[in-house]
Design a protein around this ligand. Structure first.
Ligand code: SF4
Ligand code: FES
Length: 383
């Protein structure tokens, strides 16, 4: 598909991208079964060089971006991470590192601190080493993560721990929060697995039942009370999975509204999942970020509400949730212009209800999960 350049009325009202997600690499020492990277990540070979990333940072900052997240894969795999963090800081970004903690050591923590890194978010798989190993495909990772979380805290960073919840760890949420408390976290994101990428492939094995979800929310609420009684300032954010909501989220704050992702090979996307959509995204190796953001066809395609179909087109809530998530609509219906089936008004909502019903029944052994891996990824690779 060729990429048309056009100027529309939407263009005139498009604001600057405020958030840049720099996906430095798809390489990662872990194999999480819920990884949001594309299934065909192995097709991406030529990562942007340090100089190319420097150019991306400068362009994004000049356009008004203020927040940058360095992520992946595992961004610590890139040995130039500290250089890029220092450059982002020099340009005036607020810098975030989103990491598994693997590849971190005391020396790198010091180097990142010296580079001016503002914020680190470390992911944990579980409280239990066996569950963590089964879901991430690494028996040693859990202990390393705990050691690095302690080191990050000791270095004086405000520490956010992110725990992806799913049917195999959600019943241990009491232990998970206790562990985060013991590690000294300042905030914990208890983020129920969203079904993109490898998580969508493993949906049946990951989606918790309604009962599991309710029980976890109640446990979290009890923990909030206990923490408050102790005067302990550890924020707990519980993110409900889309599949148990009645209305969709305004994904990314709207398509091409505030959020821009640059993938490891320089593809520029409105969100981290979009490269699986049947459209061709522009690349920073060929076009400038300003032109891509304001004038490229993919970025303009789902801006505003002109693209919407019924029931969204005439719905009073369309400016609140922008019709939901384009990637989820495509994954579930094969049509990226469809109303996100999460919405109870969607004609496809039965797909969500069927997934919920399925989650109520049956054993789903962890061993049946497909861990993210290069071999499988090659099977998904487009020619
Ligand atoms: Fe949102 Fe569309 Fe559902 Fe209305 S019909 S609530 S706009 S997703
Ligand atoms: Fe791509 Fe929601 S994840 S639009």
């Amino acid at each position: 598909m060729t990429d048309r350049t056009h100027t529309t009325a939407v263009n005139d009202t498009t604001g600057a991208p405020l958030w840049l997600l720099a996906e430095l690499t798809y390489r990662c020492p872990l194999q999480c079964a819920y990884c949001s990277n594309p299934l065909d990540f192995a097709a991406v070979k030529e990562e942007l060089s340090t100089e190319e990333w420097m150019g991306v940072l400068a362009q994004a900052r000049a356009m008004g971006a203020v927040q940058i997240g360095f992520s992946g894969g595992e961004p610590l795999v890139r040995q130039d991470l500290e250089t890029l963090v220092a450059e982002a800081r020099r340009l005036g970004f607020y810098t975030n590192l989103i990491t598994s903690g693997l590849g971190l050591d005391e020396a790198r923590i010091k180097a990142l601190h010296a580079a001016g890194l503002d914020h680190i978010q470390i992911s944990l798989q579980a409280s239990d080493p066996d569950v963590a190993a089964a879901v991430a495909g690494s028996p040693k990772a859990h202990a390393k993560k705990l050691a690095m979380a302690r080191a990050v805290k000791a270095a004086g960073y405000p520490m956010v721990l992110n725990v992806v919840l799913h049917r195999h760890n959600i019943d241990r949420i009491d232990d998970i929060i206790a562990l985060c408390d013991e590690l000294g976290a300042d905030a914990v994101e208890l983020a129920n697995c969203q079904m993109y990428g490898w998580a969508h492939l493993n949906r049946e094995g990951l989606l918790p039942s309604h009962e599991q979800l309710e029980s976890a929310e109640a446990t979290t609420a009890r923990w909030r009370e206990r923490l408050a009684e102790r005067g302990r300032d550890m924020r707990l954010l519980f993110v409900v999975p889309d599949y148990y909501a009645e209305r969709p989220k305004a994904c990314m704050g709207g398509w091409g509204a505030i959020f821009m992702t640059v993938a490891p090979d320089g593809a520029v996307l409105p969100c981290h999942s979009a490269r699986m959509l049947p459209m061709s995204f522009p690349n920073v190796r060929e076009r400038g970020l300003h032109e891509i953001w304001y004038d490229s066809e993919p970025f303009n395609r789902y801006r505003g509400d002109g693209w919407m179909r019924e029931p969204c087109r005439s719905c009073d809530e369309r400016h609140k949730d922008v019709g939901g998530c384009r990637c989820q609509a495509y994954l579930l219906t094969g049509d990226a212009t469809a109303t996100d089936p999460v919405c109870s008004l969607s004609p496809d909502h039965h797909l969500i209800e069927a997934a919920r019903r399925q989650a109520e029944h049956g054993e789903r052994p962890m061993a049946d999960l497909t861990l993210r891996n290069v071999h499988e990824s090659r099977i998904f690779c487009r020619a």
